[in-house]
Design a protein around this ligand. Structure first.
Ligand SMILES: O=C(O)C1=C[C@@H](OP(=O)(O)O)[C@@H](O)[C@H](O)C1
Ligand SMILES: C=C(OP(=O)(O)O)C(=O)O
Length: 469
């Protein structure tokens, strides 16, 4: 076993975070994945040249930029990719054969591109890693099939990628989509709408049939579209109407087009959750810079959950600080919380919950089973390896305080990450308190946070232990 401060490459087999005292300090996470991929898409099809500052450089944004470049969008990269200068295209790229676009395991990329390219027109095949070919996109394809001039198909079993698109755009301007599996379908359709309006000169109306998960991401889409100059009217059903057929539906009306803009992208709030949780778990005090409660990203609400558990939250002009040095009764309390709106932070919360003095019930996240991995079943399986008692529910889980850990420095336990960046980053938090946690394939954080391990080392002030293959 060796100790180094370098970020892991694929040759690194495991990482161990060395437990220690309170984590105190401040950090600015890299740019938001969700905002970077939205901004790239709208700039790519906007009128003129946009400049995006503070962009995320990671696998999920690489596959978006690579795909856009492949179809003729000019993207100039400056400052190691953190500044992107994007010149938009307005018409379908010409090619005799389909454009083969590789989207790895990026949900935003495949869902946003599927909708946008079907509206732009052209011939494309979008494919990714094996897990991507198990992640549903059928509801989006079903929404587009009656609307496109041409054909669109998700060819893997159960309506999953690869996606084959051959269209000359949308022939209609009214669509219905289901939103119970992912909000990215609706976000994709919303962002594609201005491309369709260009041809028809008509506003586009989208109706969401039934439940819609991850609402803040749809609000983020609407906000970002407006920044780029499109007009978006989002109507949320009143609670009292939601039992009446057809009247409980979310309705979106979109008109206008995308202009070229200069835009500064917020730091990633889901990434920030690990640092806020590090304070909570270790009895520390951590400030995340560049985010406030007014951020466009719903995941800043993770600090509200930590507040319910007993942490103190302090908001600065451009920062949020989590203080856990003086918890009531000296301990975190368990919570019963609906995380439908902030589902990417469930794994983070699960780690904090292990160190609370009462159980934590997470509700409303059945859609977490369709992400990079089954983030309910697989998470429960790994937590049990640590000796935790976990109850799995259809819509979430109950995490009991870890009274007798089955892991220690002398009795190490290897945790699988399932190629899920959020598994790896979350497990590092348990490592702040428990010796012997070996996290397999730490390089998988590259999906959204390639420098996670070195940033964590810097914040906690001690090096991790790495083992090579
Ligand atoms: O629109 C987005 O940028 C995202 C929406 C969420 O997905 P779901 O809508 O599938 O929950 C989230 O989990 C994902 O990381 C990013
Ligand atoms: C669910 C996630 O990503 P995506 O759906 O964009 O692949 C995530 O980043 O946690």
């Amino acid at each position: 076993m060796n100790s180094t401060t370098e970020s892991p490459s694929d040759a690194i087999a495991t990482v161990r975070v060395i437990p220690g005292g309170p984590v105190c300090g401040s950090i600015r996470p890299p740019g938001s994945k969700s905002l970077t991929n939205r901004a790239l898409l709208m700039a790519a099809f906007g009128r003129g040249t946009s400049q995006l500052e503070g962009a995320l450089v990671s696998e999920d944004t690489h596959v978006m930029t690579d795909s856009l470049r492949k179809i003729g969008v000019d993207i100039e990269s400056q400052d190691a990719g953190r500044t992107l200068v994007v010149t938009g295209v307005q018409s379908a790229p010409k090619s005799d054969s389909p454009f083969d676009l590789y989207i790895a395991n990026s949900g935003t990329t495949v869902r946003f591109l599927t909708a946008a390219l079907s509206a732009l027109g052209g011939n494309y095949i979008l494919s990714g890693v094996p897990r991507m070919h198990e992640r549903p996109i059928g509801d989006l394809v079903d929404a587009l099939s009656p609307v496109v001039e041409g054909r669109i198909e998700a060819v893997s079993e159960g309506g999953c990628p690869p996606v084959h698109i051959q269209t000359s755009g949308w022939a209609k301007h009214e669509l219905s989509v289901a939103g119970s599996v992912s909000s990215q379908y609706l976000s994709g359709l919303m962002m594609a709408a201005p491309l369709a309006s260009r041809r028809s000169n008509q506003p586009v109306t989208i109706r969401v049939v039934g439940e819609l998960v991850s609402r803040p991401y749809v609000e983020m889409t609407a906000d970002a579209m407006q920044v780029f100059g499109a007009s978006v009217e989002l109507q949320w059903p009143m609670a009292a109407q939601s039992d009446v057929a057809g009247q409980g539906d979310v309705l979106v009306q979109i008109s206008g087009d995308y202009d070229a803009i200069g835009w500064s992208i917020e730091p990633d709030a889901s990434a920030a959750s690990y640092f806020w949780a590090a304070a909570a778990i270790s009895g520390g005090d951590v400030t995340v810079k560049g985010l406030s409660r007014a951020a466009t990203q719903g995941d800043v609400a993770f600090v509200d959950v930590l507040e319910m558990m007993g942490c103190q939250i302090e908001e600065g002009d451009d920062s949020i600080r989590v203080i856990a040095t003086d918890l009531p009764g000296g301990q975190l309390g368990g919570v019963d919380v609906d995380m439908n709106a902030i589902s990417d932070t469930v794994q983070t919360l699960a780690m904090v919950a292990l160190f609370a003095n009462s159980p934590t019930r997470v509700r409303g996240v059945a859609h977490n089973r369709f992400k990079e991995t089954d983030r309910i079943g697989d998470l429960a399986c790994e937590l049990r390896k640590l000796g935790a008692t976990i109850q799995e529910h259809d819509d979430g889980m109950t995490i009991h305080p870890l009274s007798e850990p089955a892991v220690s420095e002398g009795n190490p336990v290897r945790l699988d990450t399932y190629h899920d960046h959020r598994m790896a980053m979350s497990f590092s938090l348990a490592g702040l308190r428990l010796g012997g946690i070996e996290i397999e394939n730490p390089a998988c954080t590259g999906k959204t946070y390639p420098n996670y391990w070195s940033d964590l080392e810097q914040l906690i002030g001690r090096a991790h232990h790495w083992t090579a293959e």
